[in-house]
Design a protein around this ligand. Structure first.
Ligand SMILES: [Zn+2]
Length: 235
């Protein structure tokens, strides 16, 4: 028996697959992560792929037979013109989608994750000079949506409140450590502005955080902190 589905989706990955036009991995609004094949007919495949690449968001119709999804139609909802503006821009999209693919399982729809992706694509389109910074803001929010929110208000170990002016971030423990608990010196010392940036990232929209006046050196240190934190969570 065939079941039909209609949903919005971002394409996370595409690879050639047997006699089919391609095997896609999507993050969909109503079904979470889904694997779906495009038909083998060359004509249909090329018509579909114009709407499936790159990335999305796409309005997608799927048919399921047993455990298989096949794409019956695809229509691009929005075109992001700045996506190809530079290698950096394209990398920001591609890397972020790869992280989602790596860190999610098939199924498990999450509206917060889908909305975050929409917000991120729009922000990348509108803040063309801020790709690196936006990517880090997005990754921290993504980790938080996926259940890996760092503790930024009290010591992860003894639960004592940490100060507002500086902090020590422990990648191993997943958040701030007070000076009493930080015995081995393995954490990273953060200044006040970076502490604020980290906290605001979890509190405000991507737009608002991108608009914050923050020195370049602080943004670079923030990106480094987020990247290391992600590596620990994905290890
Ligand atoms: Zn402590």
């Amino acid at each position: 028996m065939s079941e039909y589905f209609h949903t919005e989706a971002f394409a996370l990955k595409k690879q050639p697959w047997k006699d089919y036009g391609g095997l896609y991995v999507f993050y969909t609004k109503s079904m979470g992560k889904v694997h779906a094949v495009a038909q083998s007919s060359r004509k249909i495949t090329s018509k579909l792929s114009a709407h499936l690449e790159p990335f999305g968001p796409t309005s997608l119709s799927l048919v399921r037979r047993n455990s298989w999804f096949r794409i019956t139609s695809a229509r691009r909802i929005r075109v992001f013109e700045n996506m190809f503006s530079s290698g950096d821009a394209l990398n920001s999209y591609a890397e972020s989608l790869k992280i989602i693919d790596d860190m999610t399982r098939v199924g498990h729809p999450d509206l917060n994750l889908f909305s975050l992706l929409e917000e991120y694509f729009l922000a990348l389109e509108n803040f063309t000079g801020l790709h690196q910074s936006l990517k880090s803001i997005f990754i921290l929010r993504l980790l938080s949506v996926l259940g890996y929110c760092p503790e930024l208000n009290s010591c992860v170990q003894c639960k004592r409140a940490t100060g507002a002016t500086s902090a020590i971030f422990s990648f191993e423990k997943g958040g701030f450590l007070c000076r009493l608990c930080e015995k081995h010196g393995t954490g990273k010392e953060l200044g006040e502005e970076e502490v604020v940036l980290l906290r605001e990232t979890l509190r405000r929209s991507l737009y608002e955080v991108a608009m914050m006046r923050t020195e370049e050196r602080v943004r670079m240190s923030f990106s480094d902190t987020v990247e290391k934190f992600r590596e620990y969570q994905q290890a």
